[in-house]
Design a protein around this ligand. Structure first.
Ligand code: NDP
Ligand code: F7E
Length: 346
C-alpha cells in the first residue's frame, strides 16, 4: 500500500476498526479518513455513493457491521441480516465504481457449517448447514465474501475477505445482553467481586444507575450476586479468541502483502476467496470462565444456565493459510484477558 494513499477505515470507533487505525498510524500511514455513523450511515446507499464520489479513497478497510454475541444475533435476526447486507453492498459496490485499488472485507468464522471439520479450513465454506443462532449474520457475511469474489472475477478488482475468529480487546462492547462472552464474563465477575466486597457504590457506578432497586433488577436479570455468576449454556462449547490488535495487525499485513486481483476462475481447485485469521487454539467456555474468575479475583460459584443457547459446539480456525503467508498472532489469551481487565477497571 502507498504510504500516502487515502485510506477509508469504515467502523473506526469499533473494536477492530479502532485497532486498525492505530496499526496504520504506527506504520506511517498518514492519509486516513473516517466517518462516524452520524456523519455517514453506511446503510444509506445515496449517502455512501456521494461519499465515495467525493473522497475517492484508494484503499478501504470494511470493519463496520452490526455485531453482537449469541443472544443479540438470535434476537435481532432481521437487523443482523438487513443492515449487514446493506452496509457491505454499499461499500463494496461503490468501491468498485470509484476505482478503489484494494479493499478488505471482514467476515467471521461463523460462515462455516455447524458440523465443519475441525480445525475449519477455508474450503469448508458452503459444505453444510449453518449454526441457527447466527445464521442471518453468517449469510450476510457469506454474501460479502461472494461479492468480493464476484467483483474480482467479473471486473478484476482486488477485494480481499478475511474471516476472524471470536475477537476481544480494548474498546470492546461490555453490554450484558448484547456483548460476546469474554467481555460479558469479565463484567459479570467484576460486579460479583464488588458485591462480595460490599462495594455497592462501585456496582452502581459500573451499571450507570443511581437507584439501588434498579441496580438489583439488572444484577438479578443477568444472574450476578456476591456468591455466584451465571454463565450461559452448558459451558461445554469451545471457542478461540484473538486479541483485536493482533486482528488489526493481520488486516494491515494482508492488505500490504496479498493480492486477490485477477483470480483466474471461481472454479479453481484452490479458491482464492478468503483467509482465516485466528490463533489455532481453543478453550471451553467453562475453562474460559475459570480463567477470567482467577484474573478478576472472584471466588464465588459459576452457575451454568442451560436455558440459554450454547451455539456451535466447536469452531476452531485452520490458520495454515495465514501462517503460510508469514503472519502469526502475538498476544496469548491469559495475557489478553489481564490487559482487558486492567483497561476495564481503569
Ligand atoms: N467482535 C468479534 O468477535 C468479531 C467481529 N467480526 C467482524 O469484524 C468486524 C468488526 O467488528 P467489531 O469491531 O467487533 O464491531 P464493533 O461493533 O465494535 O464496531 C462496528 C463499527 O461499525 C459501525 N457501524 C455499524 N453500523 C453502521 C452504520 N450503519 N453506519 C456506519 N457505521 C456503522 C459502528 O459504529 P458506531 O460506533 O457508531 O455504532 C462501529 O464503529 C465486523 O465486520 C464484524 O462482523 C468477526 C468475527 C468476530
Ligand atoms: C464472534 C461470533 O460471536 C457469536 O457467536 P458465539 O461464539 O456463539 O458468541 P458469544 O461470544 O456470544 O458466545 C460464546 C459462547 O459463550 C457462552 N456464554 C456464556 N456466558 C455468556 C455471556 O454472558 N454472554 C455471551 N455472549 N455468551 C456467553 C454462549 O452461550 C456461547 O456458548 C456470533 O455473534 C457470531 O456471529 C460471531 O461472529
Amino acid at each position: 500500500m502507498d504510504k500516502n494513499g487515502k485510506i477509508f477505515v469504515a467502523g473506526h470507533r469499533g473494536l477492530v476498526g479502532s485497532a486498525i487505525v492505530k496499526d496504520l498510524k504506527a506504520k506511517g500511514y498518514q492519509n486516513i479518513i473516517t466517518r462516524t455513523r452520524r456523519e455517514l450511515d453506511l446503510t444509506d446507499h445515496l449517502a455512501v455513493a456521494e461519499f465515495f464520489k467525493q473522497e475517492k479513497p484508494q484503499y478501504v478497510f470494511l470493519a463496520a457491521a452490526k455485531v453482537g454475541g449469541i443472544v443479540a444475533n438470535n434476537t435481532y435476526r432481521a437487523d443482523f441480516l438487513y443492515e449487514n447486507l446493506q452496509i457491505q453492498n454499499n461499500v463494496i459496490h461503490n468501491s468498485y465504481l470509484n476505482g478503489v485499488e484494494k479493499l478488505l472485507f471482514l467476515g467471521s468464522t461463523c460462515i462455516y457449517p455447524k458440523e465443519a471439520p475441525q480445525p475449519m479450513p477455508e474450503d469448508s465454506l458452503l459444505t453444510g448447514p449453518l449454526e441457527y443462532t447466527n445464521e442471518p449474520y453468517a449469510i450476510a457475511k457469506i454474501a460479502g465474501i461472494k461479492l468480493c469474489e464476484s467483483y474480482n472475477l467479473q471486473y478484476g478488482t482486488n477485494f480481499i475477505a478475511v474471516q476472524p475468529t471470536n475477537l476481544y480487546g480494548l474498546n470492546d462492547n461490555f453490554d450484558l445482553e448484547k456483548s460476546h462472552v469474554l467481555p460479558a464474563l469479565i463484567r459479570k465477575m467484576h460486579l460479583a467481586k464488588l458485591l462480595s466486597e460490599g462495594d455497592h457504590q462501585g456496582v452502581m457506578t459500573d451499571l450507570g444507575v443511581t437507584d439501588h432497586v434498579e441496580a438489583q433488577q439488572i444484577l438479578d436479570r443477568f444472574g450476578v450476586s456476591a456468591s455466584s455468576v451465571e454463565i450461559w449454556g452448558s459451558g461445554k462449547p469451545r471457542r478461540e479468541f484473538l486479541w483485536s490488535d493482533d486482528m488489526a495487525n493481520a488486516c494491515v499485513y494482508v492488505m500490504e502483502k496479498v493480492d486477490f486481483a485477477n483470480v483466474s476462475s471461481g472454479m479453481d481447485d484452490v479458491r482464492n476467496t478468503h483467509i482465516n485469521i485466528g490463533t489455532g487454539q481453543d478453550i471451553s467456555i467453562r475453562e474460559l470462565a475459570e480463567l477470567i474468575q482467577r484474573i478478576v479475583g472472584f471466588t464465588g460459584e459459576l452457575k451454568f444456565n442451560t436455558s440459554k443457547p450454547d451455539g456451535t459446539m466447536k469452531k476452531l480456525t485452520d490458520c495454515s493459510k495465514i501462517h503460510s503467508l508469514g503472519w502469526k498472532h502475538s498476544v496469548e489469551l491469559e495475557e489478553g484477558i489481564q490487559r482487558l481487565y486492567d483497561w476495564y477497571v481503569n
